[in-house]
Design a protein around this ligand. Sequence first.
Ligand code: ZN
Ligand code: ZN
Ligand code: FE
Length: 760
Amino acid sequence: MQFIRRQLRITGIVQGVGFRPFVYRLARAHGLLGTVRNTSGSVEVDVEGPSFAVEAFVAGLRTEAPVLAKIDSVTGIEADPVGYTDFTILESHSDASSEGVIPADVATCPDCLREIADPSDRRFEYSFTNCTNCGPRFTIIRNVPYDRPNTTMSVFPMCEDCAREYKDPTNRRFHAEPTACPVCGPHIWLEAPGMASHTDSMLETAALLRDGKIVAIKGLGGFHLACDARNDTAVRELRARKGRAAKPFALMVRDMDEAERLCELDDGARALLRSNRRPIVLIKKREPSGLSDLVAPGNKQLGLVIPYTPLHTLLMEHSPSALIMTSANLSEEPLVFTNASARAKLATLADAFLMHDRDIQVPCDDSVVRHVPGRDPIQVRRARGYVPEAIEIPVECECILGAGGEQKNTFCVAWDKKIVLSQHIGDLDTVETFDYYQYAIDHFSSLLAREPKVIAHDLHPGYMSTKYALSRPDVEHIAVQHHHAHIASCLAENGRSERCIGLAMDGTGYGTDGTIWGGEILLSDLAGFERVGRLSQLRMPGGEAAIRDPKRMALAYLREAYGEECESVARRLGLSFTPLEHRVILHQLESGLNSPLTSSAGRLFDAVSAAVGICRDRDFEGQPAIQLEMAADERESAQYPFFAQYEEGALVMNAASIFKAAVEEKLAGVDVSIIAARFHNSFVEMVVSACEKLRERYGIGLVALSGGVFQNAIITYRMTDRLRELGFEVLTHKLAPPNDACIALGQVAVAAAIIKERQG
Ligand code: ZN
Ligand code: ZN
Ligand code: FE
């Protein structure tokens, strides 16, 4: 029998995921001797023993790795045996955890679920049960390295039992930094005005919810407002208190059975719902659902999440089986995440508070993913469970900060070939959100132990993110056009850097010519772009007002399509304007007063939605387009005529002809479900035919799709299919959302490529 020694280095996600105890157990199981330890970004193993056992051990590293580990490589060299007498876990090198590997929060694992359900277990019904395979991470880390004293768990000294588990390499809680139990860990309590003695906070909270009350619940990344989703009065009350008329609410459901009752699940949906990232999944709902119609009015989907912390699991056991779980914030403000601000800010929204005393260091919203059977999911909001996992990009860089956009802001920090995208921050136009943005940037920089040398930002001088970027001294500033950032983001997350036909379709972004872009075809690589196509332009009467009021865009398109007759057509469509409003809007369109030119695709969707009567009063961003998609009868395959022609070198797609055809059909009494479908089909075909023309001209067959319009499943999947049928290679977002949450990633990719070109 041959006796060998091998020194191994394992890279990937191998820290903070229980990898060393796993190695320890595996080595012991194979009767091997040696050591294991964390080093910068990798784990080093030194083993000796019979050669067959070493080989079996090496194979097991990959096949039996902990669920949260992701192994990129295992490399090894042979060495002379030194005669180890034991297998031990060595202390980390001190710099090990500062290597920028901070784990994301993980949903409760099956072992912990078993413990909280077992009356004989010391963690029976304990809301803060966790282990190395699950639990809070990103939301409780104050500083690096990721050790308990650097988390918000530092104020809870471990009891003897927990300490023993924590120190035992054979235990699932070996170095589980947030580990706790009822003796030593955090606790919950209920605060309800007028309710005295609380014996069992969880049962009492559930009783309040069953009784139709609205309860603020402190969770993992912030507070939620919860109420019974089947109780119409409760849901109406919640809408009234939040001042939120129509925006869909997400639901937490008790278990997978309840999810199956409410939605049409396939294996893809089930896998997303159960995944340990545990996002809210948007899935087609069943009818009748028994839910209040006010949960998601005008929407064919429901956003479902199953419990992801023991607290939620225990709460759902006794609560109504589907609860609305909506982020607790005042409109437009960031998520509330401290007990004090919850009491102050949510007093008028909630009837009671389910509190706990584990502080949330940094708020983090639920992630949202859209699922259509048989398709790649579309990311809508990337936050809890995903952040701060690094994304690989194809270009190397020094430390760059991407400041992001203005709406749905995220920022990112990039170095080497890695970028870490922040959680969803929100719209930067309130003081509170902008403060949160700056706080989060500082927190990220210190967690990653990196200071940017370059800040990439949007071209728009008025964006708060631009102002922030320019206010930072001693760094280089690189401005990146919004739609270029979109396309670069899609290229980069797909590991690509070559020139492509970039379809950037969204609401608004500042163009290099000072007009508002948003329906752009860019011949683009990471370092630069040329605008080779776009939607036809028209004016946005009243600027921002035309974004908030889709009827204004409808009138702008009507005037484009019908000229003088637009007034009578508007009347026949039932678009109501006072005579004064009508005159003012027409004057704005003619004079251009406060009415910038735009080629925005988002505004086209708004105009059609308002003109045909699907959504005329917007309650939330994107509503007209979402309801237009929801109205579409997907079996319908016909389309409207469209045309495109070259103007000054750019292919201009005339959207007004499609708009006009939709209006004519509405006036002729065609059902809106057919009109909505034909509009979607036409938009897809118009853009696809533009891609064919551009491929002919430039000889490029790679297409990248980005922008908020690609949250629309009909547009994304049909366009992808049609382009592939025609032999194009199509790239879509899979890691970042296609909306403006991907801008920061794209900004960094562009800046890195520009710097690299400069260096030659
Ligand atoms: Zn666990
Ligand atoms: Zn304990
Ligand atoms: Fe955008």
